[in-house]
Design a protein around this ligand. Structure first.
Ligand SMILES: Nc1nc2c(ncn2[C@@H]2O[C@H](COP(=O)(O)OP(=O)(O)OP(=O)(O)O)[C@@H](O)[C@H]2O)c(=O)[nH]1
Length: 859
């Protein structure tokens, strides 16, 4: 059936009309129709002239050529004409004949202007020229006083057609995907407007008069160039949804915009009440090996004069320097002291929007150590946040002559270039492999396509590493000017406009940072402080209290504080001193724990008996288990009390550095980072290399192949996450590179990390048991979890995931067939019963071994 009618009962008539178009009886029937929808390319039906009662004509996907058949304009009963006319280049003049039209849609054409005669269609209420090429609109459009809906979306409008602002009854105005650069003052005239949709334009100016649109409920300005949202938008009481993300907004700051309408409105209201102050805050993270010269560089930069660190002063974990290069600009520089703590707790201290200064001693760099001094750090940053800007800074230039500096600078640039080329080549070869498999036309084409898309997108994003390195000396301050200029320009890009009242909180935090009296600030105490400000009006104090979460989020984003709001315990504690958080984490996540755990030390001797301490020590060193009591001892020097300790534990759990197990009402923290030992010998009895009982057991296996090493922390984080899938009454054994779990009598699993110098490291998750259906359920959940961990936490990790053929595994084939793990998310069609496997005698294996037919797929 090619022609479609809205009323299906009339389809028979239509079919007969095709066969016998002259049948008078049928034509009489046609004359009664009031609505007709045509949706093909088979020519325009002749009988249309007989539709003398037609009120609605809807023609989609119809090849008119460049003009609409004139017969349409004779249908003078028409009230609604909706056409999609691919080749139409202008609005047909004859349209004026349809004087009763209330709805006119001419979409998906090539129309370039809206001509004068449009003004004749005075009864129009709804008008759309969506998806044309309109760049000119006649002022006559302003005569359509009955219009309530107008869409000119997806056209080429560069100037806002002011005549639109004469359409007083307009309720919905859709101008998305044009080239508009302003929302003009005249917009105030559209007092009935309820929805203004202008995303994907080039709008940089919004007239404050937009504040007159008292009925506006929806305002969409995403994907524009707006820096300043006028505070008058805060007057729009009816506004339910305001979208303004994907703009370079300073007012409100982008983190406020991404919080949604309520947060934006609160901010704007605050701005209305108090003065607006422009401020630019930037966080720079300084990384690099120990003794590179980081601290000397950071301190000299912040002080504006040489500040060399003595050799002795190299024990800090993280220092934060404040640098105010000019009024209104505050740069916080985190100096990570070359410690692993940065690598372990990246997500706590880092964010993709803050640049990294990677510092190395220019005298030390050579071909053999570039990988350690630069490559490892670059990979750590890129695996976590591939879009972070990285600037390479060679220090200690005063100890190097000019020629050597030139040579070494070139070598470093070449090294980085090479690193990026290698990265690209590796991605390209992965892509090639996937494409080859696509050509083999195996089942699971969707899986290959998905993988193809992921690799292609990584390929299209070249990491943002500055190729030319900056060479400085903290001794002579040579090269500092260039760095200062760069940092200031990066800070300016981050400038935001804040209501003056926000500075009550930011000033308080800054003062406390300098005073260093408290290890952290309590939110409840901050609120008490706000209440105590007698010089401020009650209204102002209340307003600040209301926007406190936004202010804290802003301060977190600009590196001023560490504040997470996932839970009441966490949100109560504001860490305003980075060094305290780093110190607390380092006190637990240290690899020299064995030396520290000596009973006679003051922090332990009064808390533990000798025997009790020996047990606790054993737990930590051999099982990676720590009690709350032990934590309290380790954190004693920081004086953080119960509230602070609970918040840090919560932080560690949230960032998956540990998981907790409660035994006999005592909470134990399991911290895979602390494990140093190889697999206990008992494991080989509980998990044989080959499946023990092949007749009754199966094994599902997931292998993660990394181009080089897994990103730091990935394995440990997955080891923590694995706990989610383990039933309460199970046995779990952890060692440095593995986890073995006896889930129940029938099911066991193994997570293992294996170094493989030639082909990159491999992490394996294997699940073995006698109920294939149950195995699949857990296996899919774990696969989904690992996939999400990679996507969300390690988006730059170069990793290939495979599902091994269970048949090969059972047979003990040394190199089992590997299916791309994407097959686990791509159900094969129901009629496929077997999958090719080169190791099988029959050349294939049953599909249920590769994909869990009839079992719900974990997305
Ligand atoms: N001559 C010279 N010595 C420098 C320069 N920068 C740093 N140093 C010296 O190099 C040594 C290490 O400098 P730091 O600034 O402490 O290096 P770091 O990278 O912060 O070291 P960690 O804190 O261990 O990570 C110190 O003795 C500094 O005095 C420089 O530009 N010129």
């Amino acid at each position: 059936m090619s022609n479609r009618l809205v009323n299906s009962e009339k389809l028979k008539v239509l079919e007969l009309l095709r066969n016998d178009p002259q049948s008078e009886a049928l034509l009489l029937e046609v004359a009664k129709w009031d609505m007709l929808r045509i949706g093909d390319k088979l020519g325009f039906p002749e009988y249309i002239t007989r539709c003398t009662n037609l009120k609605t004509l809807c023609v989609w996907v119809h090849d008119f050529g460049v003009s609409i058949p004139e017969t349409v304009f004779d249908l003078n009963t028409l009230q609604a004409l909706l056409i999609s006319a691919v080749d139409l280049t202008e609005i047909p003049r004859e349209i004026r004949q349809l004087a009763d039209l209330t709805t006119l849609y001419i979409q998906n054409g090539k129309i370039t202007n809206i001509s004068d005669f449009i003004g004749d269609l005075v009864n129009l209420k709804r008008l759309s020229f969506m998806k044309n090429r309109i760049n000119l609109v006649s002022i006559e459009l302003g005569k359509l006083k009955q219009l309530t809906y107008l869409s000119l979306s997806d056209n080429s409008l560069a100037d806002f057609p002011l005549c639109i602002c004469e359409l007083y009854k307009l309720k919905h105005l859709v101008l998305t995907e044009n080239k508009l650069n302003i929302i003009p003052s005249e917009i105030r005239k559209l007092t009935n407007l309820e929805g203004l949709f202008a995303s994907h334009n080039e709008i940089s100016v919004i007239s404050p008069d937009i504040g007159s649109l008292t009925k506006l409920k929806f305002l969409d300005l995403r994907y524009n160039q707006v820096e300043v949202v006028p505070f008058e938008i805060g007057y729009l009481d009816a506004l339910k949804q305001f979208w303004i993300t994907k703009n370079p907004t300073k007012q409100p700051p982008q983190n406020v915009c991404s919080q949604g309408t309520q947060a934006i409105m609160r901010y704007l209201e605050d701005l209305r009440r108090s003065a607006a102050i422009e401020t630019a805050r930037l966080k720079i993270n300084v990384l690099g090996e120990t003794c590179a010269g980081k601290s000397s560089f950071v301190r000299s930069l912040a002080a504006g004069e040489t500040r060399m660190t003595p050799m002795a002063d190299r024990t800090h974990v993280i220092d934060q320097a404040a640098w105010q290069p000019e009024k209104g600009i505050l740069i916080r520089i985190n100096d990570f002291g070359g410690h692993d703590i940065y690598k372990l707790a990246h997500s706590i201290f880092m964010d993709k929007n803050s640049p990294v200064f990677l510092v190395f001693d220019i005298n030390e760099i050579n071909e053999s150590n570039s990988n350690i001094l630069l490559g490892t750090w670059i990979n750590v940053v890129l695996s976590k946040s591939p879009k972070t800007k990285i600037i390479l800074i060679g220090t200690q230039a005063d100890r190097c002559n000019d020629t050597a500096i030139q040579v070494k600078s070139k070598e470093v640039s070449a090294y980085v270039e090479d690193l990026l080329v290698r990265r690209e080549l590796s991605l390209k070869s992965q892509l090639e492999a996937v494409r080859q498999r696509m050509e083999e036309e195996l089942p699971f084409q969707e899986a290959f396509k998905a993988k193809n898309a992921v690799i292609s997108s990584s390929l299209s994003e070249t990491p943002d590493i500055a190729r030319s390195i900056k060479v400085v000396s903290s001794n002579s301050l040579s090269g500092f000017q260039a760095i200062q200029k760069l940092a200031v320009s990066m800070a300016r890009e981050k400038a935001v406009i804040l209501p003056e009242s926000w500075f009550i909180v930011t000033d308080y935090v800054e003062r406390e940072k300098v005073r260093k009296t408290e290890p952290y600030l309590k939110k409840s105490k901050l609120i008490i402080y706000l209440d105590s400000l007698e010089n401020e009006s009650i209204e102002k104090r209340e307003a600040v209290k209301e926007v406190l979460p936004e202010i804290l989020r802003y301060l977190h984003g600009s590196g001023e504080i560490i504040w997470f709001e996932q839970s009441p315990v966490l949100s109560e504690v504001i860490f305003h001193r980075h060094e305290i958080v780093a110190g607390l984490l380092k006190a637990v996540l240290r690899h020299d724990m064995e030396d520290l755990l000596v009973h006679s030390r003051p922090e332990f001797v009064h808390q533990f008996s000798k025997f009790g301490f020996a047990l606790a020590r054993e737990d930590i060193l051999h099982r990676g288990i720590m009690t709350y009591k032990m934590l309290q001892c380790l954190w004693k020097p920081f004086n953080i009390g119960d509230i602070g300790a609970n918040a840090v534990i919560e932080l560690m759990k949230n960032f998956e550095m540990c998981y907790s197990v409660v035994v006999n009402k005592v909470e134990y923290l399991h911290i895979p980072w602390l494990l140093n030992e190889t697999a206990p010998s008992s494991i080989s009895n509980r998990w044989h290399h080959r499946i023990e009982d092949p007749d009754n057991q199966d094994q599902l296996t997931l292998e993660l192949h990394f181009v080089d090493h897994p990103p730091i922390g990935f394995y440990e984080q997955e080891a923590v996450r694995l706990n989610k899938f383990i039933e309460h009454k199970t046995t779990r054994v952890d060692w440095k590179d593995g986890v073995f779990v006896e889930m129940d009598q029938n099911t066991r699993c193994l997570l293992q990390r294996k170094a493989n110098h030639d082909n990159g490291d491999v992490i394996t998750f294997a699940l073995r048991g006698s109920h294939l259906r149950d195995l699949w359920k857990t296996f899919l959940e774990v696969h989904r979890d690992i996939r999400l961990l990679l996507i969300e936490e390690y988006p730059g990790a170069q990793c290939d995931m495979f599902s091994l053929c269970p048949h090969c595994v059972k047979e003990g084939v040394p190199d089992p067939t590997k299916f791309p793990a994407e097959v686990l998310r791509d159900p094969p069609s129901q009629d496929i019963t077997s999958i090719p496997c080169r190791h099988s005698k029959t050349g294939s294996v049953p599909v249920y071994l590769v994909y869990p037919q009839n079992i719900l797929v974990a997305g």
